[in-house]
Design a binder for this molecule. Sequence first.
Ligand code: GRF
Length: 185
Amino acid sequence: MAKIIVLASGTGTNFEALADRFKDGRHEIALLICDRKNAPVLEKAAGRGIPALHVSYYKRPREDAEAEIMAKIDQIKPSLIVLAGFMRLFTANFTTCYSKKIINIHPSLLPRYPGTAGIKESYQSSDKELGISIHYVDEGMDTGPIIKQFSFTRRGDESLAQIEEKIHALEHKHYPAVIKELLDK
Ligand code: GRF
């Protein structure tokens, strides 16, 4: 059985989509790691019986937090480390240790609109094609090699909330499928 570790910081709708896809199957989410003590994603893991670990980044060097995460990775030996709204950057030491094993989802067509405002900046642009990117993670902000992108053509009269909804729907549909493809390779 292939194991996955998911890292998330917030609401956890992508985590939920992954948990739904990988229950009762050949692949399992062995652990959720979260850097925020009160993040809703932790309740989602508890509700599904998925083990979770809070790793604090508060007032300590990120290398110390990464050492805790690395200890878990080295113990569980997952096939993939999946970021699902994890709002931290890793050191180059961390990403080179797990090169081509860490993947992220970003709500824009990279290299356009990296960072935390990907949806809003896509919406405010004059781009006709909007979408999502699934990519390998390096030490930069949404800069790693792209694995796959999915897009839709905007009508032009959508609100920001409607665009957000379309982007999240793409994420929830494609992230689990792409991860499954990578695991089955
Ligand atoms: C998603 O839009 C993802 O693309 C970005 O962070 C957001 C996480 O949302 N990296 P959720 O916590 O999965 O609901």
